[in-house]
Design a protein around this ligand. Structure first.
Ligand code: SF4
Length: 239
């Protein structure tokens, strides 16, 4: 696990965290049931953390941009040489785009990712004195950065919980565990923020992603091995 660059926990809910209507939430959001799910996740995945290798917030930002539509394993194969060649935001900001495209090609969507990486790096250099910003609003001004990436950076690098990371695993698990009835990631995030205590937002995302990768896989969930099985009434269950 890479070290956190600084811990500065914040407790204020973001402006965007509107309370969802009760009818929008999944049926399984009874507080006692949610507490049991969280306890089981803590018991099963006490060390769940981000799988993207990084040494600081900026490297995590770049790795997270690269991880769109790509596995963390593949990103981790590309980033060691990349971070050696481009050791800071300035180096990425003024890179040769055609060279960078070649270097990140294995992660897919390399043209768009090059634009995002160079655009975000340039803005960090020119507007944020070379430092990754620490607020959601500022992070969202960086090219290629949406709430998911911003939540990863804030949560993992800075220990700041302003939202829940909603990726493909969190989306699937939120449905199977009936914590949200929505398909839009932004709405799922709002639902999860309403039912999960804020001090759990960071660990909950990691635990759900680990559970989705290891056990509750998309095509054939391994329900026999699942510690959440007694609490799950998904129609996808294989037992
Ligand atoms: S019981 Fe099956 S469907 Fe439910 S969370 Fe576990 S693995 Fe997923």
């Amino acid at each position: 696990m890479a070290p956190r660059t600084k811990t500065a926990k914040k407790t204020a809910r973001p402006k965007t965290a509107k309370q969802p209507k009760k009818s929008d939430l999944g049926r399984g959001t009874d507080p006692a049931r949610v507490r049991k799910i969280l306890a089981k996740l803590d018991e099963t995945y006490p060390d769940a953390t981000c799988a993207l290798h990084h040494q600081n917030a900026f490297q995590l930002l770049i790795a997270t941009i690269l991880s769109a539509q790509c596995t963390d394993e593949r990103v981790n194969m590309v980033t060691p040489a990349l971070f050696k060649k481009y050791p800071n935001p300035k180096a990425f900001a003024y890179a040769d785009p055609s060279e960078l495209e070649k270097e990140i090609r294995p992660t897919g969507f390399f043209r768009n990712k090059t634009k995002s990486i160079m655009g975000a790096s340039k803005r960090i250099v020119e507007e944020f004195q070379g430092e990754v910003p620490r607020t959601m609003d500022q992070l969202l001004t960086l090219p290629g950065v949406a709430r998911k990436t911003a939540n990863v950076v804030l949560g993992v690098a800075f220990g700041i919980a302003v939202g829940v990371v909603v990726d493909t695993h969190v989306t699937r698990l939120s449905h199977r565990l009936d914590l949200s009835g929505h398909s839009d990631p932004g709405k799922i995030e709002i639902d999860l923020m309403a039912v999960i205590p804020q001090e759990k937002w960071i660990s909950f995302s990691h635990q759900l992603i680990w559970h989705g990768r290891r056990i509750c896989q998309a095509r054939k969930p391994r329900c026999l091995e699942c510690t959440l099985e007694p609490l799950c009434y998904s129609k996808d269950k294989t037992i």
